[in-house]
Design a protein around this ligand. Structure first.
Ligand SMILES: [Zn+2]
Length: 237
């Protein structure tokens, strides 16, 4: 089951994880739109922070003061309410993380490079170190991304990753081609960090297959638009 509310035919166009509704946070994943920032602003009255993503394992903590800078990083963490943090994706996985006890949030961008660099695990390790986050208190949600139905990868990457136990079950071979499951790779990394399986939500819709709903870098190339997956602790909570 996909625990998301889905608005494909109405404006504004968002996917919202209804499991988050229990908490004092706002969260959403934009569907295909020219200007996702504008849409988020219009619907939620939020200016969402996204950095300059570089397919790295760099993590940046966003504060009231430094939020004006566009940091080169692929994960953002904040403990400040009223600051929306997000990542831009078109095939890559956007993940939002919520520490319900300490009220800390994170947004992570991970394609195959981010996964190979284990950025999601490093983000959680950082939350543990700085905010004493406990894995039991984490709720994690992953956006739609290119599925293993469509995400063909080269043998170089396959040979490099498959040796690691955490990635041993994320590949599928079909007619001598290798396909990678980005969601599952992130899921394995999260489970290894002791996040509870029942607290991890995955929207496994494929961005490549669903042309009407999502942009896809693999399908549209460099000119592909981007969706944003964002999270914010509500102001005055
Ligand atoms: Zn697909």
């Amino acid at each position: 089951m996909i625990p998301f509310i889905f608005f494909p035919n109405k404006k504004p166009k968002f996917i919202i994880n209804k499991k988050f509704k229990r908490f004092d946070i706002k969260e959403g994943f934009t569907l295909k739109t020219k200007n996702p920032y504008k849409l988020i602003k219009k619907y939620f009255n939020i200016n969402v922070y996204t950095g300059k993503q570089i397919h790295s394992d760099k993590i940046k903590i966003i504060t009231e003061k430094n939020r004006i800078k566009k940091f080169k990083a692929d994960a953002f963490i904040t403990d400040k309410d009223g600051i929306a943090i997000g990542v831009r994706v078109a095939d890559c996985v956007g993940t939002v993380i919520f520490d319900k006890k300490n009220k800390i949030i994170a947004a992570v961008h991970s394609g195959w490079r981010g996964i190979a660099n284990k950025i999601i695990a490093k983000t959680i390790k950082k939350m543990k170190k700085i905010y004493k986050t406990k894995p039991d208190d984490l709720i994690v949600s992953m956006s739609p991304a290119i599925g293993k139905c469509c995400y063909e990868i080269g043998y170089d990457l396959f040979n490099k990753l498959k040796k690691q136990k955490v990635f041993s079950n994320i590949f599928e071979k079909r007619q001598n081609k290798i396909y990678m499951d980005l969601h599952k790779a992130n899921l394995n990394l999260l489970l290894k960090e002791k996040v509870k399986r029942k607290n991890i939500y995955i929207n496994n819709m494929c961005t490549y297959c669903n042309k009407n709903l999502f942009f896809s870098y693999r399908r549209e190339g460099e000119k592909a638009g981007r969706m944003i997956y964002f999270i914010m602790l509500k102001k005055g909570k």
